[in-house]
Structure formats: structure tokens, C-alpha cells
Design a protein around this ligand. Structure first.
Ligand code: CA
Length: 390
């Protein structure tokens, strides 16, 4: 992937700190009333208010979520036809514990709790939960449980969730550190999965055992849609040399896919060598640990049309320009934040055209600094609005 010419002038970038003291901010949902809901991986949904900043009291707290690479992850807002606002979250719940989980289930009510009943002794499960959001109310009510998925690992647990241009829920699940599962269409591991807003499966093939739309993933933590073609765009963490990965390392990916594609894992990481396996549009041969993806559209004055990608490992936020002459590929890439904040995970395009970026220095693999984790607001002179808020 070529570096953009002329090089982006980093002096054009402004950075505000919107919040400090967060713990692994993973994703954000912007609400129509100007507030935002931010997930923290250990299990809290936090409220950011345009007048008060980040609120101490969470919108919701999960008592027992999965550890290591999973927990509370993606969140996506949706406004219904009747104007009511809902958010959908992807959370891995841990079933190995006692009282906290039972209390949580009791709190959800018996009807919902049935869907959490232990299934084959699975130690954890990935859930799609839906919260209603009332205007001006900063504390949530018990969510609806829409989907419960097993198996899910505490490594490579996916967790990206968004609502597509087709009005359906897309959620990612990684291979759970068991690579062969990624191409096995009888399991949810290593897939992008699709559901209706009420939780019913929305498979490509009505006879499919699981509603997968993309397979062959090791661990995707970012999805979006191409601003011109509406094709699904899928980020992918390449291998890290685990024993079961035959020592392969690197080859992180950004893919522009057609539904039904096999992205190759574990047969190949990075470019395919012929056959039906999709080669990525962008490959980072030396791993960056791509953890966050946002898409800036063709009308985006400051950033678009491009994919914004964070790297945990290299600490960069980069802009990858879609190629206007070939929508399935990218033209060039350039850094927007070039280190200085430690590990970067969350990235989203805010309604005002700025980027909201979250550090991930408290995830157990970084070196936390004073004030971590940070929620940053990144903007340029071309942004449609000047910096606002507390
Ligand atoms: Ca691949």
C-alpha cells in the first residue's frame, strides 16, 4: 500500500481530550440528542453529555463479562420508524462464576433469563442485547436479549456490531484461537453473522445452520460499508505466532467483500494464492493489530472517502483512501495520529465530522499513563465544526 503523495500535513490535526480515566473504551454510539454511549470492555456503558462530558454513573454495568480479549465490545444506535432510539451491544458474558451472574439474570427477568441458561457447559457466550434509550435519561433499563451465541473464546472473540444499509445487524466473532473453525460453516466462530433487528437469523442460505455472511476470519474487530458501493468492509487481525497458527505472524488485513466470501483463514493470512479465497484490499505485512475501523463517506469534508483504522501495536490512526477508479481497492494510506498516545483502539466519525478515538493502554498489554484511558477528539481545519463541548 503506497504512502499518499503529497504527505498529509500532521500540523493540520487538532486533538482535544474529551474524557480521561476510562478503561478500554471499545466503541461509541452517537445518539440523536447529542449524547454518546461509550462501551468500556470490563462491562460499563458510559454516557458522554455535550454539556457535562463523561458522566460518572454508567448507563449500564454488566457484573460478569468475559476476560482477556473479550467483554463488552461493540455498540450501535438505531432510530426506529416511530422515532424511538435503541442501541445494540455485543457482549461476552462469563458463565464460570456464581452470584454476580445469577443476580444479573434475575435482574433481566425470567423470560429473558431462559436464553442465558447454560448450554453444554460453555464457559462464556456472546450476546446481542438491545437497550431502549429515552431522551435525557442517563441510566438504562434492563436490555432485551436478542441473540446468544456459542462457542466464543476469551481470545479472538470479535465483537464488532453495526447495522448495515440493509437494516440488518452485522456482528463479528473470531476463531476463538481454534483456527479450523473459521471455515466450518456449522459454527459461528470466525464469521461475520447477520440478524434481523428482532434477533432472528438472516442467513444468505435459508438452510444454513448459522447465519454467516463472511467466513475465514481469525479475529475481526471492525466492520463498515463502502461509501460508494455499500459493500461490507472487514478489518482482520493477522496471526501472532500461536502454536496452533503454525508460527505465522503478521499480515493484518482490510477487506472489501461480497457476501458469501471466504477470507482465507486459516489456509492463508494476507494475499491468497489463487482459488476462491479473497485477498485483502490492504495488507499490513508487519502486524499493526488493527482494532478499530470507521468509514468516512464521500461527503466527509475532512476525511472522506476513506477508512480510518487504528493499530493497537503501532499506536497509529491512519487514513486509507478508497480508490475512486476501483471501488474494491484503496489508493494510498497516511497517518493521522502518528504515535504518542500508546495503544489505539476505538475510532468513529462523530456527527460533527471529528473523529473520536480511544486509547487501550489499560487492556493488560499496554503501559498505562496518567489519565488513561483517553477519549480523544481529532479534527482538522476542514472539519465542518470547530471544537465544542467540555
Ligand atoms: Ca484473510
Amino acid at each position: 500500500m503506497a504512502t499518499c503523495q503529497p504527505a498529509f500535513d500532521l500540523a493540520r490535526v487538532g486533538v482535544d481530550t474529551l474524557a480521561t480515566g476510562l478503561e478500554v473504551p471499545w466503541d461509541v454510539a452517537f445518539l440523536p440528542d447529542g449524547r454518546a454511549l461509550i462501551t468500556e470492555r470490563p462491562g460499563r456503558i458510559r454516557v458522554w453529555s455535550p454539556t457535562e462530558g463523561i458522566l460518572e454513573r454508567p448507563f449500564w454495568t454488566f457484573d460478569r463479562v468475559g476476560d482477556q480479549e473479550v467483554g463488552l465490545m461493540g455498540i450501535a444506535a438505531h432510530t426506529r420508524a416511530d422515532g424511538r432510539v435503541e442501541v445494540y451491544t455485543a457482549v461476552t458474558l462469563d458463565h464460570t462464576g456464581g452470584p454476580p451472574l445469577q443476580a444479573f439474570l434475575k435482574g433481566l427477568g425470567r423470560r429473558i433469563a431462559r436464553t442465558f441458561t447454560a448450554e453444554g457447559g460453555q464457559p462464556r457466550s456472546l450476546h446481542i442485547l438491545r437497550f431502549g434509550v429515552e431522551p435525557g435519561v442517563d441510566v438504562g433499563q434492563a436490555p432485551d436479549s436478542l441473540v446468544r451465541l456459542v462457542p466464543v473464546g476469551h481470545l479472538h472473540g470479535g465483537g464488532a456490531i453495526d447495522i448495515g444499509p440493509d437494516g440488518l445487524i452485522y456482528v463479528t466473532n473470531g476463531d476463538g484461537a481454534e483456527p479450523p473453525r473459521a471455515f466450518d460453516t456449522t459454527t459461528i466462530a470466525g464469521k461475520v453473522l447477520r440478524y434481523h433487528l428482532d434477533g432472528r437469523p438472516a442467513p444468505l442460505d435459508p438452510d444454513a445452520q448459522v447465519p454467516w455472511v463472511v467466513r475465514g476470519l481469525r479475529n475481526s474487530q471492525g466492520i463498515g460499508w463502502h461509501p460508494m458501493t455499500e459493500q461490507l468492509v472487514v478489518l482482520e487481525h493477522g496471526p501472532t505466532g500461536m502454536l496452533q497458527e503454525d508460527g505465522q505472524v503478521g499480515n493484518d488485513e482490510l477487506n472489501v467483500v461480497s457476501l458469501g466470501d471466504d477470507l482465507g483463514w486459516p489456509v492463508v493470512a494476507g494475499a491468497s494464492r489463487g482459488g476462491d479465497l479473497l485477498s485483502p484490499a490492504v495488507e499490513w505485512t508487519f502486524g499493526i493489530a488493527p482494532a478499530g475501523l470507521a468509514i468516512a463517506g464521500i461527503d466527509d469534508v475532512a476525511w472522506g472517502p476513506s477508512a480510518l483504522v487504528t493499530g493497537l501495536k503501532d499506536g497509529r490512526l491512519r487514513r486509507v483512501h478508497f480508490d475512486p477508479s476501483d471501488p474494491s481497492s484503496f489508493a494510498c494510506q497516511e497517518p493521522i495520529l502518528d504515535r504518542g498516545y500508546g495503544r489505539l483502539r476505538m475510532v468513529a466519525v462523530a456527527p460533527d465530522g471529528s473523529l473520536w478515538v480511544g486509547t487501550s493502554n489499560r487492556d493488560g498489554r499496554g503501559g498505562p499513563r496518567a489519565g488513561d484511558d483517553l477519549l480523544l477528539r481529532v479534527y482538522t481545519r476542514e472539519a465542518v465544526a470547530p471544537p465544542t463541548g467540555p
